[in-house]
Design a protein around this ligand. Structure first.
Ligand code: IPM
Ligand code: MG
Length: 379
């Protein structure tokens, strides 16, 4: 039996190309693993009305972790149109399988390192080395939303004892049929856990600062809860500086002085936003790796999406996916292989001979597969 059992989920679009590329590199590393293919993505929504079939959830439970390429999501009306005719009018509605996986397996931590590898011409600066800790199951991703706003909910929100009668008045005046509500629900435990992980990481990897990304001046209750937990946790790590920034301000500071930041910690949506920003500073989504980590399971998935316009062309940068596999190796305690893999990617970037179009310019790039073979050769 192989040492590791890994669920293999290319998903949609260029997910297939970057996963094929990653396999070339993992095979060159001789990782002792069995890869078990699992169904996920748009195809299964269209054919079965479920982008994350139950059999996939069962299969994942029998594996150590999952490697995942990318997912296509479309707005409700488009999703319904592409559904097999036999499934239409059954009241099915599309949901994001990755968001669901994060919930079902309680993958509470989304870890997103953004490092400027020397020699990457797309680096904003060469001295950027950030890690984003994004809370991954709470906040605006909880799926507690309404449109139109049901009378019952609106009435509770306006209840003089527990609600906001004055603030709700204008929404009743507009008519509840015209009002949509999405909620940001956060727990003290969720806030404490993500902050603790960020500080632990800083301690273990010799990082000097941890910055909270929030907006407590406006989101007083959720932002306030997160800020209090952050300060409480920070007290236990006197050697690490605790900085606080608002989400809007940090978008500006990241452009001015990204090299000043070390570890960022944020709730779900702000972490989503700031991690794309950080990715943009170190070469873009072609380099942005990520890991969804829970207590005993993890799904490794790059930050990028399925890039529908590049489907079947084998041109996108596989480095984000390959660096994501590096994170998986770290998580599996295959530290030596992880280090070799990262060094091979760094070498390929530094040499600059072989690279995809995002680096070399449109029409001038090497293929996804060629880049993978170059990394494999550099192992
Ligand atoms: C990400 C993506 C996802 C998210 C989408 C695809 C649901 O943007 O992983 O950052 O918003 O979390
Ligand atoms: Mg995102």
């Amino acid at each position: 039996m192989a040492k590791h059992t890994i669920a293999w989920m290319p998903g949609d679009g260029v997910g297939v190309d970057v996963m094929d590329a990653t396999r070339i590199v993992l095979d060159a590393l001789n990782l002792d693993a069995e890869y078990v293919p699992a169904d996920i993505g748009w195809e299964f929504w269209c054919k079965e009305g479920n982008p994350l079939p139950d059999r996939t959830l069962e299969l994942l439970k029998s594996t150590d972790c999952a490697l995942f390429g990318a997912i296509t999501s479309k707005p409700r009306d488009e999703a319904n149109q592409e559904l097999d005719p036999s499934l239409q009018d059954k009241g099915l509605s599309y949901f994001s399988p990755i968001v669901k996986l994060r919930q079902v397996f309680n993958l509470h931590t989304n870890l997103r390192p953004c490092k400027a590898y020397p020699g990457n011409p797309l680096n904003y600066r060469d001295d950027i080395d950030l890690v984003v800790f994004r809370e991954n199951t709470e906040g605006m991703y909880g799926g507690i939303e309404w449109f139109p706003l049901p009378e019952k909910i609106a009435t509770a929100m306006a209840d003089p004892q527990v609600g906001h009668p004055d603030r709700m008045k204008r929404w009743f005046e507009k008519g509840l049929d015209n009002v949509a509500v999405s909620t940001r629900v956060m727990s003290r435990q969720g806030c404490e856990s993500i902050c603790t992980q960020a500080f632990e990481y800083a301690k273990n990897f010799g990082r000097k600062t941890v910055t909270l990304v929030e907006k407590p001046n406006v989101l007083r209750e959720t932002g306030g809860l997160m800020t209090r937990e952050f300060r409480k946790v920070a007290k236990q790590y006197p050697g690490i500086q605790a900085w606080e920034a608002n989400i809007d301000a940090i978008c500006m500071w990241m452009i001015k002085n990204p090299q000043d930041y070390d570890v960022l910690v944020a709730e779900n949506m702000f972490g989503d936003i700031v991690s794309d920003l950080c990715a943009g500073l170190v070469g873009g989504l072609g380099f942005a790796c990520a890991a969804n980590i829970g207590d005993d399971y993890a799904v490794f998935e790059p930050t990028h999406g399925s890039a529908p316009k590049y489907i079947g062309q084998n041109v996108v940068n596989p480095m984000a996916m390959i660096l994501t596999a590096k994170m998986m190796l770290d998580w599996l305690s295959e530290t030596e292989l992880a280090n070799r893999l990262e060094a091979a990617v760094a070498k390929t970037i530094a040499e600059g001979k072989i690279a995809t179009y995002d680096v070399k310019g449109r029409g001038k790039g090497d293929s996804t597969t060629v880049v993978a073979h170059e990394i494999a050769a550099n192992l």
